[in-house]
Design a binder for this molecule. Structure first.
Ligand code: ADP
Length: 512
């Protein structure tokens, strides 16, 4: 099953996956937003503490150098060591480092040009910060990475100010703070947020699935009942409990089913009545028609002695009686199909022989219309189990129609068999049938052009009876037609009545 189909075929899967995706996105968005705000707040807090702490440390150092400058024998190296290195022991623990850099970059009065605590790389102080610090007498700060000689690096902030050591020169002092402990707190918050987010997700999914099941259950039930109803169980109804929307759906559904069942029963009764009526009338008409036929036969036989107009009327009368009888026979046959009493009278049939017989029967019609019938049949004898009267009727109808509509072009008859079936294709190259008419061709009394001049006066029931006859055999009639290009009707019948058709020997599309 394709993925799209997997979701399309189930309301539960569709709604569940959409709501899960939306809640995952929402939780992720809200969580990461909250996480960013919290971590920014923690870092900002640390920076403002670092600025004031750094400022105090710088002021203290400034003061120490000032005191030192009052004494001529001052050892500035000691003061520098005191300020920078004295913090060594606890510097890492307190997360604070100190750097004293000479602005001129020279070693003066024993003070190294660059002194840092705990092997901090002087490059930890950004160039831009140094420029700012050298530029004025203000405290400046900037976020940076604290880098050590051993390659360690940790995010933090550097706070700096310039320091003038009167007889020695200008220096910059930086106090650097790492965010290690803040980062630990932020990581902890991050982990707990992930945990909470996942838990929340699982909870939302469980709730969504429970609620969805609750909502979808009645919908599924309604679909099941509707399916049973549409498959013919007209008495099937939904059970209605309570008075919520689902109950309203159930009541409305049941009302609809009641109305439908009533209508169907009414129409069935009406149709049965109509079928009975047609069948009764056809039966009733048979006896008077036989009498009329006998009388008209007599009149027809004596027509030589009549006035020419009366003689012509006698001929017309007989031909119309023929048509009337044909119609009555067809109507009685249709009545038998409707009453489902039509049965097969089976025998072994040589299908090629049967087809040839039909061709011979219609040879006169074909000649009159100047239509050549070409037969392509296998050499060997093709025997099938079938009702020869019905199969002959089908073939006569298909062949008669083809001759009628061939417009003088030849008609091709092809017989082919497979392991399970035999197909007889009747192909003409005449008028053809418009695409929008194709599905009406097998309807009772339907004709594309009733006024069309025809040799055989068809009843309009021929193809509908042919299809019923084919179906009765477990076979089918396929149709292909194109206006102006002709038509192809393919009758396919099973070889035996206990085996279904597995492979159709001739498809509905013509090969040429
Ligand atoms: P009938 O032949 O008595 O009119 P059918 O049921 O046999 O009734 O055919 C119904 C209609 O289908 C015909 O009136 C005709 O319009 C159309 N039809 C049948 N066969 C062909 C064909 N071979 N070519 C064109 N039209 C056809």
């Amino acid at each position: 099953m394709k993925i799209s189909e997997y979701f399309r075929t189930s309301l539960f899967r569709k709604v569940f996956s959409v709501s899960s995706i939306i809640s995952i996105a929402l939780i992720y968005f809200l969580g990461s937003n909250l996480y960013n705000r919290i971590s920014d707040g923690i870092i900002e807090e640390k920076i403002s503490a670092a600025i004031s702490e750094g400022e105090a440390a710088i002021q203290y150092a400034d003061y120490r150098f000032l005191i030192g400058s009052l004494n001529n024998n001052t050892n500035y190296k000691t003061i520098v060591d005191e300020i920078v290195k004295s913090t060594n022991v606890s510097a890492k623990a307190s997360g604070r480092e100190i750097a004293l850099l000479s602005t001129s970059g020279k070693r003066v009065a024993g003070i190294p040009s660059r002194s840092t605590s705990n092997f901090l790389e002087p490059s930890s102080i950004p160039r831009e910060l140094r420029k700012l610090v050298i530029g004025d007498d203000e405290i400046h700060w900037q976020r940076t990475n604290l880098q050590y000689f051993n390659g360690e690096s940790v995010a933090g902030v550097a706070v700096g100010h310039r320091i003038d050591i009167k007889p020695v020169g200008r220096y910059e002092m930086y106090v650097l703070f790492d965010f290690a402990s803040q980062q630990q707190t932020i990581d902890l918050i991050g982990r707990s947020m992930w945990g909470t987010g996942l838990l929340l997700m699982a909870l939302i999914m469980v709730i969504a699935s429970v609620v969805l099941r609750q909502v979808i259950k009645p919908v599924r039930y309604a679909a099941e009942v509707a399916e049973q109803l549409s498959s013919g169980d007209l008495l099937k109804r939904m059970q209605v409990k309570g008075s919520d929307e689902v109950a309203r759906l159930g009541t409305a559904f049941n009302n609809m089913a009641d109305t439908l069942a009533k209508q169907i029963t009414r129409l069935e009764n009406l149709s049965r009545l109509q079928q009975r009526f047609v069948s009764d009338v056809s039966h009733e008409l048979r006896t008077p028609l036989t009498t009329i036929r006998m009388a008209s036969d007599l009149i027809y036989a004596a027509r030589e002695g009549f006035d020419p107009t009366i003689a012509r009327s006698a001929e017309l009368l007989l031909s119309q009686i023929d048509r009337f009888e044909e119609l009555l026979t067809d109507l009685l046959e249709v009545g038998r199909f409707d009453a489902q009493v039509a049965t097969l009278s089976l025998s072994r049939i040589d299908i090629t022989k049967l087809v040839n017989r039909c061709v011979e029967d219609l040879a006169m019609d074909a000649k009159q219309r100047d239509v050549k019938i070409r037969i392509d049949a296998p050499q060997e004898v093709l025997l099938i189990d079938g009702d020869s009267r019905r199969i002959e009727r089908i073939m006569r109808n298909l062949l008669g129609n083809a001759i009628d509509h061939a417009e003088g072009n030849p008609v091709d008859l092809t017989i082919k068999d497979s392991q399970s079936a035999v197909s007889i294709a009747v192909r003409d190259y005449g008028v053809g049938i418009a695409t929008h008419h194709l599905e009406r061709v097998f309807d009772r009394f339907w004709r594309a052009d009733p006024s069309r001049s025809r040799i055989r006066g068809g009843t309009g029931l021929g193809l509908s009876i042919a299809r019923e006859d084919a179906n009765l055999h477990g076979g089918e009639i396929q149709l292909w037609s194109e206006l102006g290009a002709g038509s192809q009707f393919v009758l396919t019948l099973p070889l035996t009545q206990d085996q279904p058709i597995i492979e159709v020997p001739i498809g509905e599309l013509p090969t040429y």
